[in-house]
Design a protein. Structure first.
Ligand code: ZN
Length: 278
């Protein structure tokens, strides 16, 4: 049975912490480096429902994409929900490790998993990482569909390829316009709207798009936008990460069990479609 420090070393080999943005908070949040690890649960959000699932399954390590604490804190008292999460984890000997923007920037990373889930063949990063001489790592990905399709058909393909959420999938642009080359960015990707435009893609798939950036982007260039739930765009990465860890654990002869949480932790829980024709 490997120790937590051994498993973390492998996770940091796959997603080196130095690949994270300077503002990020990746790595071990709680856990004893000498504790034995047999079961690893992967999830997007370190929220109570996920931690409860880790307890029920008997996980020794929870790996999440989102940090529990992105900024400093002065208390982990269980009077707050984050403190409650820390207490539950420590009480049940469960470690928490975060792979966030270091997993975004990896090859393959979060956006590769998103591209694959919606049937795109990745051709390269949307924004290449200047520290990668091979030019394969970076933020977002550009990919191609096997054949052109309308924007509304592509939106339907995204909806079918991602786990279901109440928010569903929205698209901006002419529903009949043809889409073949697509940029994707798992999570909040509005900071890369200009790069998607510069890349000359037909559409850009991401999450959390707001009115003004979306309106300005579609006015400035014929780039269609496809917006899915933040959680849904990052969830496909969990299977990829679990597969990478399992592969390396097998190479080392570790009897490691991995599981991907299917609990929907997207905060939006209801959606009321309106009768509308553009
Ligand atoms: Zn995210």
């Amino acid at each position: 049975m490997p120790k937590l420090s051994d498993v973390i070393a492998v996770l940091e080999e796959i997603y080196p912490p130095q690949w994270a943005e300077s503002w990020d908070a990746v790595g071990l949040v709680c856990g004893d480096p000498d504790a034995e690890v047999g079961r690893v649960l992967f999830a997007v959000d370190p929220v109570q429902a996920v931690v409860d699932e880790a307890v029920e399954w008997g996980a020794d390590l929870l790996v999440t994409h989102h940090p529990l604490y992105l900024r400093g804190t002065t208390t982990v008292a269980a009077t707050g929900f984050k403190g409650r999460v820390v207490h539950t984890l420590i009480k049940h000997d469960i470690a928490l490790h975060v792979a966030h923007t270091n997993a975004d920037h990896a090859d393959p990373g979060v956006s590769d998993a998103l591209a694959e889930a919606v049937g795109l063949k990745v051709t390269g990063p949307l924004v290449a990482d200047p520290t990668d001489p091979a030019g394969r790592r970076g933020s977002g990905r550009i990919g191609e569909l096997p054949q052109p399709m309308t924007l509304s058909a592509f939106a339907a393909r995204v909806a079918a390829g991602l786990p279901a959420t109440a928010a569903g999938v929205r698209a901006a642009g002419d529903p009949e316009q043809q889409v073949r080359r697509v940029a994707v960015c798992g999570g909040s990707g509005d900071s890369f709207l200009a790069e998607a435009r510069k890349a000359g893609v037909d559409a850009y798939l991401t999450a959390d798009l707001r009115h003004h950036p979306a309106s300005e982007a579609t006015e400035a260039a014929p780039v269609a936008l496809v917006d899915a739930a933040h959680w849904a765009t990052e969830w496909p990465w969990l299977t990829l990460a679990a597969r990478e860890l399992t592969g390396r654990a097998t190479d080392r002869g570790w009897p490691l069990e991995t599981r991907v949480s299917t609990r929907v932790t997207d905060p939006w829980t209801a959606h009321a479609p309106m009768p509308y024709t553009p």
